[in-house]
Design a protein around this ligand. Structure first.
Ligand SMILES: [Zn+2]
Length: 236
């Protein structure tokens, strides 16, 4: 006997016979295991230059992470909402950018909780990690961050853009640090950085890099509350 099946049914039968069945609980591979990813991170905003940076990122479908200061958030609700709407990530960078290692426990808790609150109020999201100003941290700061459930995000490359204040230098340093799984420290309060990002994002995209948020870069990897990651590169 010969059964003739046509069209969609035939295709469905053929596909189901040929394709090995995926296990029901198969988890897709994290995005950054499949792609060359880089996390660009922008600290100390939001600031009047931030929208121009958001325009550049949007043009290239690039995502970034913004470590914002609580005291700058309230008056710039539009920028904060835009970050969230356009798929960027927001981290807590304290209220006023102090050296946390020099504050009392109470002062540290106030810096972090007031910033969590204002971000929640303005942007409707609660950051799931923080970055200590200037990367200054110690065991005590770490254990206080643990009490907030917040890992501390550092970087693999610091451009020192706030010192350089030169578009070409900032561009070259960013491209130098741009390796797979890099976390690059930049500042959206530096206008030369915002200008440099136009070329940087274009160049990295053409090289096949995917510019992603810190969470996407982490993928399956779960950081412990209070843990500091990644370890900064040793100074040469
Ligand atoms: Zn900072």
């Amino acid at each position: 006997m010969r059964v003739i099946v046509r069209g969609a049914l035939a295709l469905a039968l053929t596909t189901s016979l040929l394709a090995p069945a995926a296990p029901a609980n198969a988890k897709p591979k994290p995005y950054c295991e499949l792609h060359k990813c880089i996390a660009l991170t922008f600290d100390d905003g939001p600031w009047p230059y931030t929208p121009a940076l958001l325009d550049t990122l949007k043009k290239h479908k690039a995502k970034a992470t913004f470590f914002v200061l609580g005291r700058k958030v309230e008056s710039r609700a539009d920028m904060m909402k835009r970050m969230v709407d356009e798929g960027h990530e927001i981290g807590n960078h304290t209220w006023d950018h102090p050296d946390l290692t020099k504050l009392t426990d109470e002062e540290i808790l106030s810096e972090i909780s007031s910033t969590q609150q204002v971000i929640q109020d303005v942007a409707g999201i609660t950051p799931t990690f923080m970055r200590p100003p200037n990367g200054a941290t110690n065991t005590r700061v770490g254990s206080l961050m643990k009490s907030f459930g917040l890992p501390q995000i550092l970087w693999t490359g610091s451009t020192l853009d706030w010192q350089a204040r030169n578009t070409k230098v900032i561009r070259d340093r960013t491209l130098k640090y741009a390796k797979r799984n890099a976390v690059i420290l930049l500042h959206d309060i530096v206008p030369e950085t915002v200008t440099a990002m136009s070329t940087v994002v274009d160049t990295l995209t053409k090289k096949g890099y995917k510019l992603v948020t810190v969470s996407t870069l982490l993928g399956d990897r779960e950081l412990k509350p209070g843990e500091a990651w990644p370890k900064p590169e040793k100074k040469k």
